[in-house]
Design a protein around this ligand. Structure first.
Ligand SMILES: [Zn+2]
Length: 340
């Protein structure tokens, strides 16, 4: 049920030397049976990093920094590699027990081309409880030489019993220069000058930058600005402005993008306020700063928690209207708690 094509040769990763080296060191030190949790913000390259790590670990030369490129394992594309498996949601909304069982079915066999077997489960927070439990059983009695990489931007959404079995490795947002370089590779038709002003709001995420480059994404982003503008300094909200902002969001995808872009707006405003630290004048500063600047730290943290909650809900709740009302009320409460 793989959705994105797998790379045939080596996999290049940018900006994540530290977590990558951490994983390789852990394996060199003998952790060759078990599961790692690669977690961090969306769109920073965790899945690509997992694939690159698998290439390296499957190489007959062992867990050195780069795969040799010449051994039978390195010459076999990941898509047809007998010692590699990838599980992702594909077109499905979740990852259920059947695909997990299919993934696990081969894990007891000895590797054919490599020192160990490796499997990647992308968007692991979408595992259903049955799927997670099935995986958990395998992790409780690990076969020798089988490594799992669970990739997620929402580790708190994993079943706690499963999470407790995983070795967490954190991925951070990309630096602006790394993000800029990656964007130039991903979107060769876009110039560096077009990318530069979008970097602050992209906050180290290539997927968010892609949204900001896209006209429909820009429209949703403008809706998020309107949405923030609907909150008045006294803690009440302009309901007409809220519904205008939310009228953009009719489909599920738009809802996810809205949350992503809203978070980018808030994060970049927070970063700017932390760096430049002018006491923001309520009336004059740009809208996201005006919103964030009026909030104490705990209220900012609460808003990010709430956005996380909304993402979780968006996966399970088919009723967009209800979900949007929830976003609104949650943000209004967090905003009111800031005392404005
Ligand atoms: Zn090799």
């Amino acid at each position: 049920m793989s959705s994105a094509p797998l790379p045939s040769g080596s996999v290049r990763v940018r900006g994540h030397d530290r977590p990558m080296e951490t994983v390789l060191r852990i394996v060199r030190e003998g952790y060759t049976s078990g599961a790692l949790l690669l977690w961090g913000p969306e769109g920073v390259g965790k899945r690509t990093a997992a694939l690159s790590l698998c290439r390296t670990l499957l190489c007959g030369a062992g867990p050195e920094r780069a795969p040799c490129g010449e051994c039978p394992s390195c010459r076999t594309p990941l898509a047809s590699h007998p010692d590699f498996r990838l599980l992702d949601r594909g077109e499905a909304a979740s990852i259920g027990v059947d695909p997990v069982r299919a993934l696990l079915s081969g894990t007891l066999e000895a590797p054919l081309l490599s020192p160990l077997r490796a499997a990647v489960i992308d968007e692991a927070h979408l595992l259903t409880p049955e799927g997670a439990n099935s995986l958990l059983k395998t992790l409780e009695e690990p076969a020798g030489g089988q490594l799992f990489f669970l990739v997620t931007s929402a580790p708190d959404r994993l079943l706690p019993t499963l999470r407790s079995r995983l070795l967490p490795v954190r991925f951070r947002p990309l630096s602006d220069p790394d993000l800029s370089e990656l964007a130039r590779e991903a979107f060769p038709e876009v110039s560096a000058e077009e990318i530069a002003p979008l970097l602050p709001e992209a906050c180290g995420s290539l997927s968010r930058l892609a949204l900001l480059l896209d006209p429909s994404g820009r429209k949703i982003r403008d809706g998020a600005v309107l949405f923030l503008g609907a909150f008045r300094p006294d803690g009440t909200a302009d309901m007409a402005a809220v519904s205008e902002a939310l009228s953009i969001l009719s489909e599920k995808e738009a809802f996810d993008r809205f949350l992503d872009l809203l978070e980018g707006l808030l994060l970049s405003a927070e970063r700017r306020l932390a760096r430049e630290a002018p006491e923001p004048s309520w009336a004059d500063s740009p809208l996201p700063e005006r919103f964030v600047g009026g909030l104490p730290d705990f209220a900012r943290a609460r808003i990010h928690d709430r956005i996380g909650d909304m993402r979780r809900m968006a996966v399970h709740n088919p009723n967009r209207g209800l979900a949007l009302e929830q976003v609104f009320w949650q943000l209004e409460q967090a905003f009111a708690a800031g005392g404005r």
